[in-house]
Design a protein around this ligand. Structure first.
Ligand SMILES: Cc1cc2nc3c(=O)[nH]c(=O)nc-3n(C[C@H](O)[C@H](O)[C@H](O)COP(=O)(O)OP(=O)(O)OC[C@H]3O[C@@H](n4cnc5c(N)ncnc54)[C@H](O)[C@@H]3O)c2cc1C
Length: 311
């Protein structure tokens, strides 16, 4: 089938790869490409964060975990590595449903929990180094015969192809008049110092993380909903450093080398469903919030399945 994928972030490129592997023809149309997408700013660790619905997200997340883990050994040039991390919480909660299905998951002992926190868990998860991963995904699309066209799409009915896969992220606000998609602004700091393991507090209101990559450690974060500001704000940097130092007191501020801002495509829930527009099937796959990388392969596989069912 002739498939047009709209959007060249992690969602669009993952769908393009899976569609090509299934034997479809694929053209990716997007107004921006790597390194200028939100996906390029993702920190990025596998972790279902700021996303819903929980049951579908857990399934998509576990499919993605398995694929990313496979890439660490079979395609190390993709920039995916397994790293250990610790999540700290200010109250005791039920451990996540996916805890039993990922590597090295265990509840932390009291002495491993920093001051101010009462509970937590340790886990091993893929860290996806987006400066390597996004070009790798694009080259995978190209090597499978996919093509790229740069264009801003104003109307879904103008797009070529027998089916359309809509992965425009925050762009769906305008393209689909979907006001449920809202920016959740994320600011990060790049630091040339390795914390050894990742430290996390992934509650939206106290969001704190250190994600060690091979080039830098990414420190975060913020999740400011309905904030469209793209400038790096000194006051956000100050807050991020204060929060990170509470989890990792050895942080050396002289090792800071930069930062970035991205707008997560947040939505009450991911929109992954089919809609018929002017007699043609459009498969929506957007609104992944803070977990677009975490859910990418699981969502791509569901899109491909929906397309085969509809043929
Ligand atoms: C600071 C920060 C840290 C993050 N950390 C993580 C993390 O650790 N783990 C994780 O899983 N996720 C993380 N995320 C979230 C993740 O980045 C997003 O969920 C993900 O990138 C969404 O991918 P996407 O492909 O759906 O959207 P995008 O990357 O935004 O791609 C959308 C594409 O659609 C194109 N487009 C939009 N409108 C149109 C149009 N009208 N016509 C043509 N093209 C269009 C755009 O140009 C772009 O190519 C983080 C995000 C931020 C900002």
């Amino acid at each position: 089938m002739r498939c047009t994928v709209l959007g060249a972030g992690v969602s669009g490129l993952s769908c393009a790869v899976r569609l090509l592997e299934e034997g479809h023809d694929v053209e990716v149309i997007s107004d921006r490409f790597s390194p200028d997408t939100v996906s390029d700013i993702a920190a990025a660790i596998w972790y279902p964060f700021l996303t819903a619905p929980a049951d579908r997200a857990d399934t998509w997340g576990l499919v993605t975990y398995a694929e990313l883990e496979r890439l660490t050994t079979e395609n190390p040039e993709s920039g995916v590595r397994m790293r250990d991390g610790r999540e700290y919480l200010r109250r005791e909660v039920e451990p996540p449903a996916w805890g039993d299905d990922i590597a090295a998951f265990s509840i932390l002992d009291r002495e491993d929990i920093p001051e101010g926190y009462v509970f937590g868990w340790q886990f091993r998860a893929p860290v996806i180094e987006m400066p390597l991963y996004m070009p790798w995904l694009r080259s995978r699309v190209e090597s499978l015969g996919g093509t790229f066209t740069q264009s801003f799409v104003k109307d879904l009915s103008e797009v070529p192809g027998e089916v359309v896969v809509n992965c425009v992220g925050l762009g769906a606000r305008e393209l689909c008049q979907d006001n449920e998609v809202r920016p959740a602004r994320g600011q990060v700091i790049f630091l040339e110092q390795d914390p050894g393991i990742g430290h996390f507090d992934q509650q939206p209101e106290t969001l704190t993380y250190t994600i060690p990559r091979s080039d830098v450690t990414v420190l975060g974060g913020t999740a400011q909903v309905d904030d469209w500001g793209m400038d790096i704000r000194p006051e956000d940097n100050a807050l991020i450093l204060e929060k990170v130092e509470a989890l990792w007191p050895e942080l050396d501020r002289s090792k800071i080398i930069g930062g970035a801002v991205g707008l997560r495509p947040s939505r009450s829930e991911v929109r992954l469903e089919v809609e018929t527009i002017d007699g043609r099937k459009v498969f929506h796959n957007y609104g992944h919030g803070g977990a677009g990388v975490t859910l990418s392969w699981g969502c791509a596989e569901e899109v491909v399945e929906l397309i085969s069912q509809s043929a």
